[in-house]
Design a protein around this ligand. Structure first.
Ligand SMILES: NC(=O)c1ccc[n+]([C@@H]2O[C@H](COP(=O)([O-])OP(=O)(O)OC[C@H]3O[C@@H](n4cnc5c(N)ncnc54)[C@H](O)[C@@H]3O)[C@@H](O)[C@H]2O)c1
Ligand SMILES: [Zn+2]
Length: 444
């Protein structure tokens, strides 16, 4: 079960078992007891589906999240684990497992019409495009597949590259009954999803994420878009896919640095809402770094469960969903100030998380054991625990001033508060703590 304060609610204390005095409406004091209400039920595709029972009313939960499965979990090469994103008639399954691209029926049941456009890039295409085309067409001769191979990199996540997708779709005379398939990391998923949302005002869309970042975060939840020269992800749409297919075998070719970058988001879920998952990560980080298939599958599943639950409670980010941005305000300043492409997104988020945790401690909202544990786990994941030395207080402040979470001139931040697994989204904090954190992490 999950309990959460949302945008419509007064705020709540994070203290165990108690509801304290109401505070400013801009605050979201969040406390969850999640995941332990997973239930098995049959879905339209006739497979067992993990689903969440949801509580929409804001309520305080007295206990910390519990880990449903302390073992590393099952990584069967046959039956996929299925996590359902519960969004009414736009609900969809996330299939997770090894060898899923060798199970054509999983993909084919979500293809609409007879025409498919696979959107990928020049790194991923040589690795997996043939496999995906085979999965789409095997035993299914009526389906024809086109593909568009985009240049690789965040710097191509723009209007010009997006236009190449539309060019291909129009030249191929695709109609409204076609399906777009995103094959790649978060950049491809965000761009293909936005193209699917806009082409003919919306066509069917499937995500096949191939990075840890995309498998645990970006492919789930329907945020799609491109960058503008003046800012990241400024143009986009909420557009949910028909399914997300995560073949964990695709991670075998992922560079180490990209793997670690994705783990920053995995760690985030533990910190903001799932203490049991954080504890599991503390024990299993060496396995994740060694790409142990079972550990990786479990971390992906658990991350998807957390993301699916947050998204199903707050799809359009009126409050709760913002908590998924722990460390991102500081991190975004690092990405912008230091230049896109120098640090990977997850690396910037890791350093940003350390800064958010430092500030939470200065405010007296968490104890120092959490500060130490965050440092330890990020070090285990070989992620940065401080911003680049060239970052100045002014660089942070200028980027943070235009952050999307500024409301009425007030910068709202996601900060930890209370026992491990609890956070707040708030503009109600002592400005001195923010200044002190910036000074502590910058030389000038
Ligand atoms: N929509 C969302 O909710 C959301 C959430 C988080 C991040 N994002 C976006 O995701 C993007 C970052 O995603 P990312 O970290 O996946 O970066 P990415 O898409 O650039 O992929 C990282 C690199 O790995 C390569 N690659 C991908 N799969 C591979 C594989 N299996 N083997 C070998 N190489 C592979 C890519 O070609 C690329 O060079 C950013 O643009 C960010 O804004 C979106
Ligand atoms: Zn992120």
């Amino acid at each position: 079960m999950a309990s959460a304060a949302n945008a419509c609610s007064p705020s709540f204390s994070a203290a165990n078992s108690s509801v304290s005095k109401p505070k400013a409406l801009s605050d979201f004091y969040l406390r969850f007891r999640n995941i332990n209400a997973l239930s098995l039920r049959s879905k339209r595709v006739g497979l067992p589906v993990l689903s969440f029972s949801r509580i929409r009313s804001p309520r305080i939960s007295a206990s910390s999240p519990q880990v449903m499965d302390q073992s590393v979990g099952e990584a069967s090469s046959k039956a996929p684990t299925i996590v359902e994103v519960d969004l009414g008639n736009r609900s969809y399954p996330i299939y997770i497992g090894s060898g899923l691209l060798d199970q054509p029926e999983l993909l084919q049941r979500h293809v609409h019409g007879k025409r498919v456009l696979v959107v990928t890039n020049n790194t991923v295409a040589p690795l997996y495009l043939d496999k995906v085309v085979d999965a789409l067409t095997r035993g299914n001769p009526n389906v024809s597949v086109d593909s568009v191979i985009l240049p690789d990199g965040e710097k191509y996540k723009n209007m010009e590259t997006l236009m190449k997708v539309f060019d291909k779709a129009i030249e191929s005379r695709l109609d409204r009954r076609c399906t777009f398939v995103a094959l790649g990391g978060g950049v491809i998923g965000d761009m293909c999803g936005f193209a699917a949302a806009a082409f003919l005002r919306g066509v069917n869309f499937i995500q096949i994420p191939t990075t840890v970042m995309a498998q645990v975060d970006s492919s789930v939840g329907g945020k799609t878009g491109i960058n503008h020269p003046l800012g990241k992800n400024l143009i986009g749409a909420f557009y949910q896919p028909q399914c997300v297919l995560i073949d964990t075998d695709t991670l075998n070719t992922l560079p180490d640095r990209e793997l670690a970058s994705g783990l920053a988001e995995v760690i985030k879920y533990g910190l903001i809402r799932d203490a049991g998952f954080f504890e599991w990560q503390e024990k299993n980080m060496p396995k994740l770094m060694a790409r142990d298939p079972s550990a990786m599958a479990y971390a992906i599943k658990r991350s998807c469960e957390n993301k699916a639950e947050v998204v199903s409670l707050d799809e359009k980010e009126s409050g709760l969903r913002a908590t998924l941005n722990l460390g991102h305000t500081f991190g975004h300043a690092i990405e912008t100030g230091f230049g896109y492409g120098q640090w990977l997104h997850g690396e910037a988020v890791a350093a940003g998380t350390v800064m958010a945790v430092d500030m939470s401690y200065r405010l007296g909202w968490i104890d120092d054991s959490i500060v130490k544990r965050v440092h330890n786990i990020l070090e285990q994941a070989k992620l940065p625990t401080a911003p680049p030395e060239t970052m100045t207080v002014e660089m942070f402040k200028s980027v943070m001033a235009v952050d999307k979470k500024v409301a009425d001139g007030l910068l709202r931040l996601i900060l930890l508060k209370g026992p491990l697994g609890n956070c707040v989204f708030t503009g109600d904090y002592d400005r001195k703590a923010l200044d002190d954190t910036l000074c502590a992490f910058c030389k000038s």
